[in-house]
Design a protein around this ligand. Structure first.
Ligand SMILES: Nc1ncnc2c1ncn2[C@@H]1O[C@H](COP(=O)(O)OP(=O)(O)OP(=O)(O)O)[C@@H](O)[C@H]1O
Ligand SMILES: [Mg+2]
Length: 276
């Protein structure tokens, strides 16, 4: 960890990655391709963590491990003080509905309407309770899609599909939400609007969020803390608390007095490949 970074007390963490490692090509030690190695990260209940790092540093791999679509090759995942995954343990995708995952590609089912897409994870578990249906309806309204709920994904813009995907993930109320560059492919205005909407949703829902982005402004505007992964294998090279008061306006975040310091530290770290 670099000087000036902050150690995080593990005792109160909701989600902890301990000495996590992923090797995609386990074989003779010399040929092993470790993508992540010795990654330690503690995320607190209700915290918004933004995750940055060079392409190939293992950010998506890390989210896949947390979502348990991929089993780690070393280390363990602790959720609420309980080991839920680790070396030698079978993966439990979604970790028993504790984890929601908004992937870069929105993954909406093309033959289902917005409403049926949002309800899909809930109906998989059986007949949804009236309170779940009401919650889903409120989320569809909150993401601005009430009038589009009978439309199909191909009838929506990219931003609307992201909104539908976000509503679908929040509908089943997972305490932890993973987001992999969810706003990467959108125009600047749509992106700023979605960032503001996400902050408003997070303020009302208080989810724990792990959000991957390549955009330093976005990482600072959204996060309580930014974590930078770099190297090969990837490891945590910077953790920085973002002491900018909330509510925040992503469009004017650069005016915050401490913005420039955060920006320079993150950019320096990304450019230097994690070297101080
Ligand atoms: N299924 C796989 N099998 C083998 N190698 C993989 C697999 N998935 C990813 N990798 C490798 O793991 C490394 C990390 O990939 P990952 O997708 O996690 O990076 P990333 O940080 O998300 O990059 P980006 O910013 O480009 O999305 C890369 O070298 C990639 O080639
Ligand atoms: Mg990725």
């Amino acid at each position: 960890m670099r000087p000036g970074t902050h150690a995080v007390a593990h005792a109160t963490a909701l989600l902890e990655l301990q000495k996590l490692g992923v090797c995609y090509d386990p074989g003779p030690a010399a040929a092993a391709h470790w993508v992540l190695r010795d990654v330690d990260l503690a995320v607190h209940d209700g915290e918004f963590v933004t995750l940055m790092g060079s392409s190939g540093a293992g950010k998506s791999t890390l989210l896949n491990v947390v979502a348990q679509t991929l089993a780690p090759s070393a280390g363990r995942i602790v959720f609420n003080g309980r080991t839920v995954g680790g070396e030698g343990m079978p993966a439990q995708p979604g970790s028993g509905r504790q984890i929601g995952y908004v992937t870069q590609d929105d993954n909406l089912l093309p033959w289902r309407t917005v409403w049926d897409n949002v309800m899909f994870p809930l109906t998989l578990a059986g007949r949804p309770a009236a309170s779940d249906v009401a919650r889903a309806r409120r989320l569809v309204e909150q993401v601005g899609l009430a009038q589009w709920s009978g439309h199909y994904p191909h009838q929506l813009s990219g931003g609307m599909r992201k909104r539908a995907s976000l509503a679908r993930t929040l509908a089943y109320n997972p305490p932890v939400v993973l987001m992999d560059e969810p706003f990467g492919a959108l125009d600047a205005e749509t992106r700023a609007q979605l960032q503001a909407d996400l902050l408003a949703l997070w303020a009302s829902e208080r989810k724990t969020i792990l959000f991957v982005t390549h955009d330093i402004n976005e990482a600072i505007a959204l996060g309580d803390r930014v974590v930078v992964l770099c190297g090969s294998p990837g490891r945590v090279v910077l953790e920085r608390h973002l002491d900018i008061p909330r509510p925040r306006d992503p469009e004017t975040i650069f005016k915050a007095p401490t913005f420039a310091g955060h920006y320079d530290a993150i950019r320096g770290c990304l450019r230097g490949g994690g070297r101080p």
